[in-house]
Design a protein around this ligand. Structure first.
Ligand code: GLA
Length: 383
């Protein structure tokens, strides 16, 4: 494949990462979430290469190359390759129009940081190949097949939120997504004097994938127990606090806490959507703190570094909400902060974090932005 500087693409795809204001781990429980695509993305350059089955993929960040034969796709021992291979397999399951292509990928999203670089990678690849070969897949199919790729090739039994937000996001809007019906409403985010600040702990603790899958299994176990009394219930989405109290005795304390967190979190997300609609950012932010407490003590997927960052913000009047995001055990916090304090706060919290853990954090503003999109290049632009 040609080197990056003389690569002439037919299509350029931008696929954003996402933030999730609230609705931690509710997506795979058929619940509600409040994510947004962000202005940090992965860029893909695509062109057909005239072969029936050979695909050349170059990741510029890692300077890694992957050659895939579409006739013999199987999972790889190289982690990042499985996102590509998994998506290709899903596309082949749905269409026989996929042929050989070249693709150059460059990313502004740190891997494993909780901004869902994985969904951006999966969805951008699926989206680009869909355009390149005219597969006729809808945005929803792209989101779903990307999630399926993650289940089957990567092994994380994730929900649909990340892929959905990456594909369907819109500028200055937050998605209020119902993960059962997959319907969503766009809520304008009027930040006025506030900004969304992401703080990356720069830690990723081991076993996050297996712990993630365990949480999902524990929720399913909870549903099985609830079904002994309420046969028609198929997910925690349909469970009320009253129902949960009735079956509490049948559950271990751990399963009860997991279920309780999800039931309460679904209520919080619905409240948060209302606050956002009414532009009540203070009450909205307060729910982020409550969400974090639930993830910390009930769902038990936080870690020392995340807790430190959230706790640190609590007595700062200019921070009105903070919580951990994503799968857990590392990654980022999302913070809502008054704009005049962003710089000074980054300085202060970076120092405090360095003193405590001897780790350098990363902090940057993000804004709700447009979902996966593309640009078709004319022959002249290609030169
Ligand atoms: C990860 C998963 C999502 C979701 C979040 C937690 O990002 O990919 O599906 O479950 O964790 O809210």
């Amino acid at each position: 494949m040609n080197k990056e500087n003389n690569f002439s693409p037919e299509i350029i795809v931008a696929s954003p990462g996402r933030i999730n204001f609230i609705g931690g781990h509710t997506d795979y429980n058929n619940g509600f979430v409040l994510p947004a695509a962000i202005d940090k993305k992965i860029t893909f350059k695509f062109r057909k290469n005239g072969t029936a089955n050979i695909c050349n993929v170059h990741s510029t960040n890692y300077n890694k190359y992957l050659v895939v034969d579409l006739n013999t796709i199987k999972p790889s021992i190289e982690g990042w390759e499985n996102y590509i291979l998994g998506v290709l397999q899903q596309l082949l399951n749905r269409s026989d129009l996929v042929k050989g292509f070249d693709c150059v990928i460059s990313s502004e999203l740190a891997i494993g940081s909780g901004l869902s670089s994985s969904a951006a990678l999966e969805c951008g690849l699926a989206y680009g190949i869909n355009e390149l070969f005219d597969l006729g897949l809808s945005k929803l199919e792209i989101a779903k097949l990307s999630r399926d790729a993650e289940h089957e090739y990567v092994g994380t039994k994730c929900g649909i939120m990340d892929q959905y937000a990456s594909v369907f996001g819109e500028e200055n809007k937050v998605l209020f997504l119902d993960c059962l019906s997959l319907e969503y409403r766009l809520i304008p985010m009027q930040l006025t004097d506030y900004r969304v600040l992401i703080i990356n702990t720069n830690v990723e603790h081991n076993l996050s994938t297996s712990n993630y899958n365990t949480r999902r299994e524990q929720c399913e176990e909870g549903v099985e127990i609830i079904r002994k009394k309420y046969e028609s219930i198929s997910s925690l989405r349909e469970v009320t606090l009253k129902i949960l109290e009735e079956v509490k005795e049948l559950m271990s304390p751990v399963i009860y806490q997991r279920c309780l967190y999800i039931v309460q979190e679904n209520e919080r997300v619905q409240k948060a959507a209302e606050y956002l609609k009414n532009n009540n950012l203070k009450n909205f932010g307060e729910l982020l703190y409550q969400c974090h407490e639930g993830l910390r003590y009930q769902y038990e997927i936080s870690c020392e570094e995340l807790d430190f960052l959230v706790d640190y913000s609590k007595d700062k009047d200019f921070v009105i909400g903070s919580r951990m995001m994503g799968g857990g055990f590392g990654g980022c916090t999302v913070n809502i902060i008054q704009k005049d304090f962003v710089e000074i706060y980054i300085k202060e919290i970076s120092q405090a974090y360095k003193d405590k853990f001897n780790i350098k954090l990363d902090a940057f503003e993000v804004a709700p932005s447009k979902g996966t999109n593309h640009q078709l290049l004319t022959v002249q632009e290609n030169k």
